[in-house]
Design a protein around this ligand. Structure first.
Ligand SMILES: CC(C)C(=O)C(=O)O
Length: 512
C-alpha cells in the first residue's frame, strides 16, 4: 500500500503482530467514561468485525454489574479471545472464570513503588504468587498474559526474573507495561529485547509524554509481537496508544496486517459516541480533518492527483475525502465546488466568488455550500426564488412528550404540521419532514452545534449536511434558540436541495 523508494523496512523479529484491545477496560478507566452493558456488547462486536485478536472486556473483580457485562460479551460467540483483567489474587481468577472468559491479563507489581507501597509485599513474594497463579489459571484452561505493572520504572533484572518465572509456569506471554507513560523508546527497546529472550512478549504503552506510539515501535523492533491498544487512544490520564494508529502504521510502513483497516472509522465513531469522548478534528486516521483539504494549493494538487497530499487513500480506513472552502481557498477548489452544484461560472465570476469565500473565511467563519451558492447567485446577478421557507415554529418539552409544530411556505402555499420526538429538535425536524412529504425525504448526514458565546444565553450555530439522491449541501444557521437554529438550517438545506427539482413536494399523508 505504500509508495516508497527502496525496501520495505522489516520489524526486527515479528512479521505478524496481534492486538489486544483494552477499550472496554483501560479505555473505560478514562475519567468520566462509563459504558452500559449494551454499549460494551456493541463495541465488542465492532472490535470483532475488525478482527482484533483479543478483547479485554473489563475487570471481573469490579463487581456483579461488571461481571454480568463481561458474561454478555463472552456469550456473543466472537472470534476474538475475550479476556478479563485480574489482580494477583486467586479470587480474581475465579471471578474471571465465572464470566466464561477465554483468558486473563494477570497483573502483578513490578516496580519497588508498586511492590512495597501499593501491594505491601516483596520481590520474592511477587515471584512466588506469579508462579502459583499462572499454574492455577493454566490448570483452568485459560490463556494467560502476565503484566508487570509499572514495568518501565522497575529494575530490568527483576522484570527478567518475572518474565522467566511466568514462562516457566506456563504463561502464554509476558507484557512490558509503561504504566505512567514516562519512558523513552531507547529504554523500551533495551528492556523488551531482554524480556523477549524468555518467550512471547507484549507491550502496553501510555501517552503521558506523547511517546506511546514510539514505544510501541521500539517494542516491536525489540521482539514484542502483541500490542495493547484502545480505540481512539482513550484510557487513564493521557490515554493509551490508539488502535487505529498502530494498525495503519503497521500496514503502511511495514506491510504488516493486524486488523481490518476499513472497519476503523466506524469503530472510532461508535466508541466516541458511546464514551462521549469526542474525536479531535486533527486526530490521525479518524479525525474530521484527516482527509479534508482546504488550502488552494492542496486542493488544486488533490484535484490533479488524489494522492498528492495524502499518505494513503481515505477508503483504506473506511472514509471519504472532503474538499472544503475557507480563507485559504483557491480557484481550482471553488470551481470544483461550483461544478459539483451544477453552477457554470466564467473565470472572472470564479475569481469574484473566491474573494467572497476568502472574506468570509478571514472572519473565522466556516464556508458552507449555502454560502458558496449565495455568493455565486450574487456575483452572477441571479435572483433565486425560495421553494421552502420557515414562517413559524413552536416547540414544547419538559414533562410530557416533546412536541413541535411548524408553519412553512412551500411554493407559495402555507403548510402546517406537527410532530413528536425524543426532544424538541427531533420533534421539529419530524414536523418539517411531515410538511414536506416523501419528495423531500433527504438524509441528514451530519449535525453539528457550536456555541458562539459562552453562558446559557449563548448564540448557537447549527451546521447540517443533508443529501438527496446524489446531491449534498451543508448549511449553517445561528440563533439563541437551538431548536430554531436547527430547523432553520434544515429548512434552508432542503430548499437548496429541492432547487433543481421541478416538482413541488407533497405533504405526507396522515399514515406516513
Ligand atoms: C496493564 C495494566 C496494569 C495497566 O493498565 C497499566 O499498566 O497501565
Amino acid at each position: 500500500m505504500n509508495e516508497r523508494f527502496g525496501k520495505t523496512p522489516e520489524l526486527r523479529t515479528s512479521d505478524s503482530v496481534q492486538l489486544l484491545d483494552t477499550t472496554l477496560r483501560d479505555g473505560e478507566q478514562a475519567p468520566g467514561v462509563s459504558l452500559t452493558p449494551d454499549e460494551k456488547a456493541d463495541i465488542a462486536r465492532a472490535l470483532d468485525r475488525a478482527q482484533v485478536d483479543y478483547i479485554e472486556a473489563g475487570s471481573a473483580c469490579t463487581g456483579p454489574g461488571e461481571r454480568e457485562t463481561i458474561k454478555r460479551v463472552t456469550s456473543l460467540g466472537l472470534d476474538a479471545t475475550v479476556t478479563s483483567f485480574a489482580r494477583g489474587v486467586q479470587g480474581d481468577i475465579d471471578l474471571a472464570l465465572d464470566c466464561d472468559v477465554g483468558g486473563i491479563t494477570l497483573v502483578v507489581p513490578a516496580s519497588e513503588r508498586h511492590i512495597e507501597s501499593k501491594v505491601g509485599t516483596t520481590r520474592e513474594g511477587v515471584v512466588q504468587t506469579t508462579d502459583e497463579l499462572v499454574a492455577y489459571a493454566k490448570d483452568h484452561g485459560l490463556w494467560v498474559e502476565v503484566i508487570g505493572e509499572d514495568g518501565s520504572r522497575a529494575s530490568p533484572e527483576f522484570l527478567e526474573e518475572l518474565a522467566r518465572t511466568s514462562h516457566d509456569a506456563g504463561a502464554d506471554r509476558f507484557c512490558f507495561a509503561d504504566t505512567v507513560g514516562h519512558t523513552s523508546p531507547e529504554h523500551t527497546y533495551d528492556v523488551v529485547s531482554r524480556l523477549a529472550e524468555y518467550g512471547p512478549t507484549s507491550t502496553h504503552t501510555h501517552d503521558d509524554l506523547g511517546l506511546a506510539m514510539a514505544n510501541v515501535h521500539a517494542s516491536l523492533s525489540a521482539g514484542a509481537d502483541l500490542v495493547h491498544t484502545t480505540v481512539n487512544g482513550i484510557g487513564e490520564r493521557a490515554g493509551n496508544v490508539a488502535l487505529e494508529e498502530v494498525a495503519i502504521a503497521l500496514a503502511h510502513c511495514y506491510d504488516v496486517e493486524s486488523v481490518k483497516l476499513d472497519e476503523l472509522y466506524a469503530l472510532a465513531q461508535k466508541v466516541a459516541h458511546a464514551t462521549g469522548v469526542a474525536l479531535p478534528p486533527n486526530k490521525a486516521v479518524v479525525g474530521q480533518n484527516a482527509f479534508t483539504h482546504e488550502s488552494g494549493i492542496h486542493t488544486d494538487g488533490t484535484l490533479k492527483d488524489d494522492a498528492m497530499y495524502e499518505p494513503y487513500s481515505p477508503e483504506t480506513v473506511g472514509r471519504e475525502r472532503r474538499l472544503v472552502l475557507g480563507k485559504h481557498a483557491g480557484r481550482a477548489g471553488v470551481k470544483a465546488a461550483l461544478d459539483e452544484h451544477g453552477v457554470d461560472a466564467t473565470d472572472e465570476e470564479v475569481a469574484a466568488v473566491v474573494s467572497r469565500v476568502k472574506e468570509l473565511g478571514d472572519r473565522g467563519k466556516r464556508v458552507t455550500d449555502a454560502d458558496l451558492l449565495a455568493f455565486a447567485e450574487d456575483v452572477q446577478g441571479r435572483e433565486r426564488d425560495r421553494q421552502v421557507e420557515l414562517l413559524d415554529l413552536t416547540a414544547a418539552s419538559g414533562g410530557g412528550t416533546p412536541t413541535a409544530s411548524v408553519r412553512l411556505r412551500v411554493d407559495g402555499d402555507e403548510r402546517v404540521a406537527s410532530g413528536t420526538g425524543s426532544g424538541p429538535v427531533d420533534a421539529a425536524v419530524k414536523a418539517v419532514r411531515k410538511a414536506l412529504g416523501p419528495d423531500a425525504d433527504a438524509q441528514l448526514d451530519d449535525y453539528h452545534v457550536d456555541a458562539i458565546t459562552g453562558g446559557t444565553d449563548a448564540v448557537v450555530t447549527v451546521e447540517v449536511t443533508m443529501s438527496l439522491g446524489d446531491r449534498s449541501v451543508s448549511v449553517a444557521a445561528s440563533d439563541a434558540d437551538i431548536t430554531r437554529a436547527s430547523v432553520q438550517a434544515m429548512v434552508d438545506a432542503l430548499d437548496r436541495l429541492l432547487e433543481t427539482t421541478e416538482a413541488t413536494p407533497e405533504p405526507a399523508s396522515a399514515d406516513d
